[in-house]
Ligand binder design. Structure first.
Ligand code: L34
Length: 294
């Protein structure tokens, strides 16, 4: 069997079309223009490219965007004053501080400083807590994108054995939480594996749906999965350059071997990445509606 390729590129395009219409209607009926600000500290090329896509997607959808690119040696206090100003700015509905931040800045101090109503990443402890009790305002973008990929590809999660590899606050923990919720598009039995898991393969081989966010290139191989599994690959690694100077990317999954055994699989690039970006747009539109009392 060769797997169906789950195209995040195609599914995210469809969601962008839906959002474009919603943004146009908000403008027409309520004179509301959603606004997103991106804050990038330092010059990591991957972060620059992700922030660039976020800003471009705002333009495509008619969302107002502002971009603050700050030097890597900026001090925490200056960043905090910027966030304070953005918290108070009525044009801005969503504040995105791209992670990771330089080591001398405390991520948790920064994330807690963002007004939870503008926390379109869903990283503020209030929003993490709301997710935990099943009453989320904003779902974190990558985990929400994964759920949308599954739903829109018609993959049943109810009662499924879902194994997540990785326990980060950005992906592993929230995606496990989302997929175990008592609601449509979830209701799964979720196992979370990590670097101290005793027998990783015994878990991955049981999975109906395997979500890999472990951060190691091509780490999950065909012998680790069962026939007919659905594989969601969250990793993005730059493993070289083509002659033309374009990045060669791969995921956490050894795509070529695993696709021969899987029922469906996400590629890298063109899988989870584009979904992360579009779910940020979804959250920004939602933030604008909540701010207007809609
Ligand atoms: N605050 N920080 C905050 N929010 C986020 O949601 C993120 N994330 C992660 C890193 N830091 C963050 C992102 O935006 C990862 N991430 C992200 C976003 C987009 C893509 C990958 C990761 C993406 O578009 N990937 C493309 C390839 C792009 C390339 O050439 O590198 C893909 O097709 O997978």
């Amino acid at each position: 069997m060769t797997a169906e390729i789950i195209s995040g590129t195609a599914i995210s395009r469809q969601i962008r079309e839906e959002l474009k219409q919603e943004v146009a209607q908000l403008k027409e009926k309520h004179n509301i223009i959603p606004g997103l600000v991106t804050v990038l500290v330092g010059e990591d090329p991957a972060s620059q490219s992700y922030v660039g896509s976020k800003v471009r997607t705002c333009e495509e959808l008619g969302i107002y965007s502002e971009r603050h690119d700050l030097p890597a040696d900026i001090d925490e206090q200056t960043l905090m004053s910027l966030i304070d100003r953005l918290n108070k700015d009525p044009k801005i509905n969503g504040i995105l501080v791209q992670l990771p931040l330089p080591k001398h800045i405390s991520e948790s101090n920064v994330l807690i400083a963002i007004d939870p109503r503008k926390d379109v990443d869903g990283f503020h402890p209030i929003n993490v807590g709301k997710l935990m009790i099943g009453e989320p305002d904003y779902l974190p973008c990558t985990p929400h994108g994964i759920q949308e990929l599954l739903i829109r590809s018609g993959i049943e999660t109810e009662g499924a054995d879902i194994v997540v590899v990785g326990r980060s606050n950005i992906v592993g923990k929230p995606v496990a939480n989302i997929l175990m919720q008592k609601r449509a598009g979830a209701n799964a039995t979720v196992t979370v594996c990590h670097t101290r898991t005793r027998d990783l393969v015994s878990h991955t081989r049981r999975a109906d749906i395997l979500i890999v966010a472990a951060g190691k290139p091509k780490d999950v191989t065909a012998d680790m999965v069962k026939e007919g599994v659905v594989v969601i690959d969250v990793g993005v690694h730059r493993i070289g350059k083509t002659k033309e100077g374009k990045n060669i990317l791969c995921g956490d999954v050894d795509f070529e071997s695993v696709k021969e055994k899987a029922k469906a699989i996400t590629p890298v690039p063109g899988g989870v990445g584009p979904m992360t970006i579009v779910m940020l747009m979804t959250n920004t539109v939602k933030a604008a509606k909540l701010a207007a009392g809609l």
